[in-house]
Design a protein around this ligand. Sequence first.
Ligand SMILES: NC(=O)c1ccc[n+]([C@@H]2O[C@H](COP(=O)([O-])OP(=O)(O)OC[C@H]3O[C@@H](n4cnc5c(N)ncnc54)[C@H](O)[C@@H]3O)[C@@H](O)[C@H]2O)c1
Length: 460
Amino acid sequence: MVTKFEKNILCIGAGYVGGPTMAMIAYKCPQYKITVVDINPDRIDEWNSDALPIYEPGLDELVNSTRGRNLFFHTDIEKGIKESEIIFVSVNTPTKAFGVGAGMAADLQYWEKTARQILACAESSKIIVEKSTLPVKTALAMERILTSSNSGINFEVLSNPEFLAEGTAIKDLEDPDRVLIGSSQTQSGIKARDELVEIYLNWVPDDRIITSNIWSSELSKLVSNAFLAQRISSINAISSLCEKTDADISEVAFAIGKDKRIGDKFLNASVGFGGSCFKKDILNLVYLCRHYGLKEVADYWESVVKINEFQKDRFVMNMLTTMFNSLAGKRICLFGFAFKADTGDTRESPAISISRKLIDENAELVITDPQALENAKNELFEYGGNVSFVKDPYNAAAGSHAIAIMTEWDLYKGLDYKKIYKLMNKPAFIFDGRNIVDHLQLFDIGFNVYPIGKPALTHY
Ligand SMILES: NC(=O)c1ccc[n+]([C@@H]2O[C@H](COP(=O)([O-])OP(=O)(O)OC[C@H]3O[C@@H](n4cnc5c(N)ncnc54)[C@H](O)[C@@H]3O)[C@@H](O)[C@H]2O)c1
């Protein structure tokens, strides 16, 4: 097929990873045609509109400068497969909810469907790139499916896990710490790998492009997320000890972070980690370890998830005991619902389970968030009119007994807390689940302040 583009690249799955990643490749490589397809037509319509399906700083500009030039979104997966030489697969790989491995293993049904569809539609050789996070050895299963028809078409499967973090996705894609590409060590595997390296070399320095065998690449993504989550659970575990001993978690984090071997990143105590990946990827790792008979290793990593649950439970228990052991009929305002700042994503957000626990206590819940209110409504759909969703934080806080900060949005650092205090029921409580506001200043205004891992500041 003759086109004016040097390469035709397809991405199957127009989600948080597929959309931004392809927009970056399109931006950096105008010589390639990039097509992003999805089974969800609404999602594709949104990618083709002015209201993109996800909020990510810098994404609108990137899409506006490339869409219609060399970046295209549509639903014709079959045509996309036929026309492309390189296919990224970025479909979702949630935790399995049924059968063997339920609640632990990765649900690979979307992946397998995609592999079968590629096999059914392909008329020429393709490089298939795993962008989704997958258990070790998925590429092998993929290869078996793709070579099952003896069609004579050659498929080379590469692993190229995505390390972007939501909220900073565009920066991470533009200036990645590393790009990891795993391939089989055969001549054709190395050739395919080099073709993918060539794409990244358009903007990524070559010393940041790492190559490995395919299994190392698949495992590295799981381990990377496990290490990041472990760090959060480690500091959160210590925050609970700080609260018992009057030590201050910020002072402890600062002191230990000065040790170069430890480093100062990812040491903020909080209400817990969320997001679609950390929990699912750790559970996937745990499942793999159990599968290979490594019970102790599995238990070790599972404890990272357990501490995260403990931290959320602790947060609600603290609210309950502080507010005189009853939350029934009390208006509680959650500042933030996204799992982190600068995203509208609420998947696995700590705010979800905290909301549920507060509703179980018969609290009256009001939720505010600058970007995640629609997703928050979907997450708490089953509670119908028992929860209110209010965009303006002042209106949301009005009449409440307590504010609980769930997301570290900059917005919440700069609010007029004197005004908010006046609008609230007294005694007014603030539970800072992210340690982002000026606790002393709020205490001086009149709030009873409960940070994470620091002594509370109370007026009685
Ligand atoms: N979100 C992140 O921050 C992040 C970061 C790194 C890696 N990952 C991994 O990337 C993968 C995708 O994550 P995401 O957050 O983009 O998920 P997502 O749910 O936002 O997007 C996945 C998309 O794939 C589509 N899809 C599913 N089956 C399909 C099929 N058969 N054909 C075409 N489209 C199909 C869905 O409709 C959806 O739009 C996951 O494996 C995830 O673990 C995510």
